[in-house]
Write a protein that binds this ligand. Structure first.
Ligand SMILES: Nc1ncnc2c1ncn2[C@@H]1O[C@H](COP(=O)(O)OP(=O)(O)O)[C@@H](O)[C@H]1O
Ligand SMILES: [Mg+2]
Length: 340
């Protein structure tokens, strides 16, 4: 339902300009929770803001329900925006208005009458579970409650699409989890397509059925979330999977100079196989597990291990090649824990 084709954005206000987006191509289907993940400065905000034309694309098209957003005139754009809600990292509530007035704001612009507004605000407060805060001001709310009000406001005009720009980045882990649960629920019960951008792998893992990885203004990988992360081909994608780091000090290794440190990432089909046992047995190496964690993407398991391997150079290399052939992601670590 959203088809982005050959999208470019160049900011010209600096010398030489900044190519913030380069040939972006994405297809977002109705009902998706589509995540776009990338490091700071990758172009995420620019991309999501092009979808509702808060940012003017330099080239390319963004087709929503058959209409190219890039070519709409002012009036058509206003109609289209009614179909696209948006929430932000810092909530962007009007501080001098209470919850009810914040949520009513888009409805007033659309000239709903008083009774309709009252009814719709109550429905929305019910959806975001904030009925008791109707008359509270933003300064009286927690971060999570403010984001709930922002979500209610974004949903006021019954949009089909919700854009989320780092919506949980200012929130603590528990509050993040409750907002993600709410977004999932909204997607499911109201059938709203969600496009979200984030630098947090937690967000993608938890709610996105599809993901695109953006780096330096280009999409480097995209697809079904589990598929993208279980067979990551780009270094950036692999870097988002690092759930464990080396948290031992060098002195605690028996023979640090002769120990090769690796981080191994593996996915559900491999989690049940005794691969560490196999490399010890078949390659005559010692494998010392230094830290580990199991996580899940869309309810499917994956794991991270930091392992110290000791043996002859040839054997250690063969063991690592074997693990890679088995489809595991194996990455060398320096003794201070950084990647080789
Ligand atoms: N209004 C602007 N003028 C000039 N450069 C900008 C503007 N907005 C963003 N940029 C640049 O575009 C690039 C992408 O920025 P942004 O989309 O905000 O990244 P992200 O949201 O992934 O952190 C950065 O290099 C940023 O400095
Ligand atoms: Mg941003």
């Amino acid at each position: 339902m959203i088809s982005i084709e050959g999208l470019y954005k160049t900011f010209l206000d600096t010398e030489g300009g900044i190519e913030a987006l380069k040939d972006i191509n994405l297809k977002i289907e109705k009902g998706d929770i589509f995540g776009i993940i990338g490091l700071s400065g990758a172009g995420k905000s620019t991309l999501i803001r092009c979808i509702n034309r808060l940012e003017e694309p330099t080239k390319g098209s963004i087709i929503i329900d058959g209409k190219d957003v890039v070519n709409l005139d002012k009036n058509q754009l206003r109609d289209m925006r009614r179909n696209i809600g948006m929430i932000f990292q810092h909530f962007n509530l009007l501080s001098r208005k209470n919850c009810k007035e914040n949520i009513a704001f888009p409805l007033k612009i659309m000239k709903y009458d008083k009774e309709q507004i009252e009814k719709r605000v109550d429905e929305l407060l019910d959806i975001v579970e904030l009925k008791d805060k109707k008359l509270a001001y933003p300064s009286q709310l927690s971060g999570g409650q403010k984001q709930r009000v922002a979500i209610a406001r974004a949903l006021a005009t019954k949009p089909k699409i919700l854009l989320c720009d780092e919506a949980t980045s200012a929130l603590d882990p528990n509050t993040t989890a409750s907002i993600l649960k709410l977004l999932k629920n909204i997607n499911k019960t109201l059938g709203i397509t969600i496009v979200l951008i984030t630098h947090q792998m937690e967000v993608i893992k938890e709610i996105c059925n599809k993901v695109a990885v953006i780096s330096n203004g280009s999409i480097v990988e995209q697809g079904n979330t589990y598929n993208v992360f279980s067979k990551p081909s780009h270094e950036i994608t692999k870097s988002f999977l690092k759930d464990v780091t080396l948290n031992i000090d060098k002195d605690s290794l028996d023979d640090p100079e002769n120990t090769k440190l690796v981080r191994i990432t593996f996915f559900d089909h491999k989690a049940k196989e005794p691969l560490i046992y196999k490399i010890i047995k078949n390659f005559d190496v010692e494998a010392n597990i230094l830290s580990g964690k199991m996580s899940s993407i869309q309810g499917r398991t994956y794991g991270n291990l930091v392992v110290g391997l000791r043996g002859s150079n040839g054997n250690v290399k063969d063991a690592i090649d074997y693990l890679k052939d088995e489809g595991l992601v194996v990455e060398g670590l320096k003794h201070n824990g950084s990647s080789n």
